[in-house]
Design a protein. Structure first.
Length: 120
């Protein structure tokens, strides 16, 4: 008596294709040095070098991610900025808006990388 579970090659192949298909986009944000977003297998990675694009933009959307790169729920995270020991809190909303919570006291760039589940 063998316990055998039939595994469809097609089903496995479809699952593996999710890991081999990489989607990416470079966002064009005024005064930002480099903002890129990648998606593979339902996970998104956002990489940011803000340049001076985030300075004096607290409480308002700094940018909005394209639909396929948006999180399934609001994500809260903090990041420090160059030339300072201070940090700030960011909110990445399910609608794709990135908002910085507090004002800066200097024009240093933010550098951060976050990974989160994509909205289905």
């Amino acid at each position: 008596n063998m316990n055998f579970e039939d595994i469809s090659i097609w089903d496995n192949r479809k699952r593996l294709e999710n890991f081999s298909r990489l989607e990416s986009e470079k966002l064009s944000i005024t005064n930002a040095t480099d903002i890129r977003v990648y998606k593979i297998a339902g996970m998104v990675t956002l990489i940011v070098d803000s340049g001076t694009a985030f300075f004096n933009k607290n409480g308002v959307p700094i940018f909005t991610l394209p639909e396929k790169f948006r999180p399934d729920k609001t994500i809260y995270f903090s990041a420090s900025y160059r030339n300072s020991t201070k940090s700030n809190t960011f909110f990445l909303y399910a609608n794709g808006n990135l908002i910085k919570s507090e004002a800066d006291d200097n024009a240093g760039a933010y550098y951060f990388t976050i990974t989160y589940p994509a909205k289905n």
